[in-house]
Write a protein that binds this ligand. Structure first.
Ligand code: ADP
Ligand code: UDP
Length: 237
């Protein structure tokens, strides 16, 4: 399968058409941004790691009954996926307080919740991805009530799998963001990526950050952190 016309260039990936109208190729870049594009940089080798990690995790999720856009890995950076129309919601699950949750509610990072939380942001860069609830999403016609229920069910199933999986790698899954899309036959599937760009991952023993917060917060050792989580994932599959 070959890349045809470029449909889109995002902050972390490019998206290409293929000869099949139902399929796209996503190409992972080393570019990194934070704070809605205000901070820009590169993380050498990130694209290769995020591509492989996302694909391995999605293949496992498929086996657990969560449908995904994944079709086939084409190369180090390129993957064939089902074309979906993205539901413009960023779905965030949290197991432990961090980032914008801690800021918004004035609590320290690292509080372990009794049960995971779910929240939605409206995927809209101009508006800065504002937080919204399911009623707002319905009012804005971003999804139907049935789609929102399914998205919530899948998101918690993803959390159950990922939390246990990362724990077996010596990594604590703090929080993460998912995107869902609708295939041409109307099926809701997990799309986009699952990687250290979109998850907070802390070393179980030391609490060391092994994710994009190293870039966001100028902590150094960014490439090494991505390599470390990838190594642990591969060692545990
Ligand atoms: P951003 O748009 O936030 O800069 P990326 O650089 O990751 O993000 O760009 C990838 C884009 O492709 C995102 O807008 C994402 O919603 C979209 N996308 C991911 N998976 C699919 C898919 N299977 N079909 C169509 N679009 C997708
Ligand atoms: N996240 C993401 N993309 C976004 C916003 C958040 O992948 O546009 C991820 C982020 O990596 C973290 C989780 O979602 O794992 C929760 O992020 P949070 O709301 O705390 O936002 P941030 O601290 O990034 O402002």
């Amino acid at each position: 399968m070959e890349k045809r016309e470029q449909l889109y260039e995002g902050k972390a990936k490019k998206v290409f058409k293929t000869d099949d109208p139902e399929l796209l190729i996503v190409s992972y870049k080393d570019d990194a941004t934070a704070f809605n594009g205000l901070k820009k940089g590169t993380i050498a080798g990130k694209g290769v790691i995020n591509n492989k990690m996302s694909n391995l995790l999605m293949q496992n999720l498929e086996e657990k009954g969560v449908p995904t856009h994944f079709v086939r890995e084409l190369s180090d950076r390129d993957t064939l996926v089902k074309k979906v129309s993205i539901v413009p919601l960023e779905v965030i699950i949290r197991n432990i307080s961090a980032g914008s949750f801690s800021k918004r509610y004035g609590v320290p990072e690292g509080i372990v919740f009794d049960a995971p939380t779910i929240e939605f942001s409206y995927k809209n860069d101009e508006l800065g991805d504002p937080l919204l609830n399911a009623y707002h999403a319905l009012a804005l016609k971003l999804a139907t009530p049935e789609e929102i229920e399914l998205i919530k069910k899948y998101a918690f199933a993803v959390n159950d799998f990922l939390k246990a999986f990362w724990l077996s790698c010596g990594v604590t899954l703090v929080d993460f963001k998912l995107e869902f899309g609708k295939t041409s036959d109307g099926k809701i599937v997990l799309a986009d990526e699952i990687s250290p760009d979109t998850c907070r991952l802390w070393d179980v023993k030391t609490g060391e950050k092994l994710d994009k917060d190293r870039f966001r917060r100028d902590l150094g050792g960014v490439e090494e952190a991505y390599e470390e989580v990838m190594k642990r994932l591969l060692g545990n599959l």
